[in-house]
Design a protein around this ligand. Sequence first.
Ligand code: ZN
Ligand code: ZN
Length: 370
Amino acid sequence: TTAAYDLGAKDVIMLWRDDYCTREHWLRADDSLFDGVYSWDAERLNTLAKEGAGYISIAAADPENLKGVDQERQRRYSIASNRDLKDFYNLEMTNGFPWCVASVPITAWAEKVFPELKGEEANEKLWETIFKMVRITEDGDAVEAWKEHCGNLERRAKVLNEMNLESVHYKNSLGTDLVVELPENCRWLAGGDTSKAGFKFVANMPTEEIFSAPKRDGVNGVLYSARPLVLNGNIVDGIRFEFENGKIVKATAEKGGEVLNKALDTDENSRYLGEIALVPYDSPISNSKITFFNTLFDENASCHFAFGEAYPSSIEGGDDMTEEELFERGINATAGVHVDFMVGTEDLSITGKTRDGKEVVIFENGNFVF
Ligand code: ZN
Ligand code: ZN
């Protein structure tokens, strides 16, 4: 709060949540509450978003906090919040306001990441690790480090944009064999973004990815996950997806399959991909060999996709298009979910096909070739 005022914020509003109250709410609140957002709550979020307020979200939770919670309640509530917070989510997805997701340790989470440590020791270790992942060092200048890092990501995004890819083909020894078509005029994005009011921001800290959106009906083959995923307060691991013309027609998991399928059934667009993201296997997060059980970190350790809603900016001019226009251009413009899941392995290869019919190598042994 102090830092935000120091930087000239007009106001600083803290929205506080904690695991204990959240879990009690999901388990015990009146059933009618899961079909809508309180009007005053929706009004607050939507109004501030329309004013262009910056949002900083601190993502820190026990990864299994919602284990055993009624999945149907979660599904109903994602539909309700998508409807009632439509202005907020639309503006978030189209750079209508600057936002950032970052993290701090809490004990329940830190002890899952470092099971050999307890309490304060686990917290300390997670603080150290987070600082390293977000390029905060004792002697370095973190802001400069971020500028340089974003510059590097943007350079690769530019190379990908110049390739003008029609499709990419993923293969690895887990059994992944997937062809992903890309919509015309798609854009690869990375690092920082600029809000409509002209504020530069980095939406995720850390971030290592270069992303775009797949063609909604152009995904075919088999895809295996490579790291566990925390989904609605549950761990899902060992996912196998089968795609037909963009749709996930079969989804199984060694752990959490029911939670996964419930999320896929949120609405008719949730079984289509909304994001394709490239992350080298040799990224600092991946090299740490730590599983964070927190998507903010784990998605930046590995190539990933997201099922559900796409970022409109994934195609040229998309931020100013209507939902119908975006669907026409071939991207999955709206869905009740956006769930990132990790697929990158040490031996992942990705080859691309350009619109003028050339084959290009993009990934070899888990890493960019350029
Ligand atoms: Zn991503
Ligand atoms: Zn995502």
